[in-house]
Design a protein around this ligand. Structure first.
Ligand code: UT7
Length: 329
């Protein structure tokens, strides 16, 4: 019997309607369209508006669309892995809430928190579930309502982030297609450069922590930038070397969308022309766990069976990694 691999068999994405443009941000903080575009590549981002709506509400669109596109019933899903840094609540897991809202009554589910690399870490975990032969249909969802943790009076962070959701269905494949390899890394010394200061067990929420604005994203942008450029480029190159691939063998690079300059550095290191790089940061900004599946969703009609695709990410933790896929349909 052929070895079972885990293949992506369906992709979907969802972004909320409201567009927060650079022009609007100019009215909120001391910034300008030219600075934002030249330093980050971002023109606008989507924001989830509406009282009582959270990450799970965006993910529901993704799950329902995958079930419809693939022509399967909610009961057939065995597991849902949700990557997020903006869970609906600290607990229960947002994955559980998504299953409840979409009728995935036979699935077990949980969240994975690896900041902007969460989708890749989740994909690797879900791949192992499918490769084990025990699970046939596993959903991997990347979702973030970044607007819920962004300080819209801080110009160094509020220009960067947007809300969105994306996801893939993993199924067994006996042709050797699907997820081939991944290299994932963590460096805990990155904690101090990108974090949320309060709200966890070290510093539970208090009147003081709210007054000190400690429930928002804190980032030392320049330091994170330096680590990200090196980390994402090096790991993507390492994965190519490990799998004996040259730039000609690679159909697409799917980079985490944090900054156009980080994406360009990664593509350069891999010697890939721009035409092979998925970029939609201009429209959505950094949606953290949703960036990679949102790209796959947008480019899905152009992907061909057998295409070698490298996914790459870098994020808080620090966490980073790259995954090699042979597209299965
Ligand atoms: O996805 C998770 C991982 N995160 C990342 O990968 C993000 C990595 N970091 C970055 O993408 C970049 O560091 C930023 C986009 C956050 C900042 O770009 P930068 O080129 O590193 O700018 P900077 O922080 O060095 O700031 C340059 C100047 C400063 O002014 P002075 O000191 O030179 O006078 C800032 O105060 O730009 C100023 N500045 C702004 N000006 C206009 C900072 N933010 C803004 C702004 N509008 N929004």
């Amino acid at each position: 019997m052929n070895k079972i691999s885990a293949a992506i068999t369906c992709v979907s994405g969802y972004v909320p309607e409201y567009r927060l443009t650079n022009k609007v941000l100019e009215t909120m903080v001391d910034t300008n369209d030219e600075w934002i575009k030249s330093r980050t590549g971002i023109e606008e981002r989507r924001i989830l508006k509406g009282e009582g709506l959270g990450s799970s509400d965006m993910a529901v669109h993704v799950v329902n669309d995958i079930l419809k596109k693939r022509g399967i019933k909610a009961e057939e899903i065995d597991c849902l892995v949700c990557a997020t840094v903006t869970p609906d609540r600290i607990f229960p897991a947002t994955g559980n809430i998504i299953c409840g809202k979409t009728g995935l009554v036979n699935a077990f589910s949980y969240d994975i928190e690896a900041a902007c690399s969460g989708f890749l870490f989740s994909l690797t975990t879900a791949t192992a579930l499918v490769e084990s032969g025990r699970y046939k249909k596993v959903l991997v969802i990347g979702v973030d309502k970044m607007s819920s943790i962004v300080d819209y009076s801080d110009r160094t962070t509020c220009i960067l982030f947007g809300d969105g959701a994306g996801g893939v269905l993993l199924e067994p494949n006996e042709e050797g297609l699907g997820i081939q390899d991944s290299i994932l890394k963590t460096d805990g010394s990155g904690e101090r450069f990108l974090n949320m200061k309060a709200g966890g067990s070290v510093k539970p929420p208090s009147v003081e922590s709210v007054m000190a604005k400690e429930h928002y994203i804190f980032q030392e942008g320049q330091t994170v930038f330096k680590f990200a450029v090196k980390g994402m480029a090096d790991v993507s190159y390492e994965l190519m070397q490990k799998n004996n691939l040259t730039a000609d063998d690679i159909a697409w690079l799917v980079p985490h969308q944090a900054n156009l300059r980080i994406i360009d550095a990664t593509a350069n290191r891999m010697d890939l022309p721009k035409e092979k790089v998925m970029i939609n940061i201009n429209k959505y900004g950094n949606t953290t766990n949703a960036t990679i599946p949102l790209c796959l969703w947008e480019w899905e009609p152009r992907l061909k069976k057998g295409d070698n695709i490298i996914l790459a990410a870098f994020g808080g933790g620090f966490t980073w990694g790259a995954t090699l896929i042979k597209w299965a349909y």
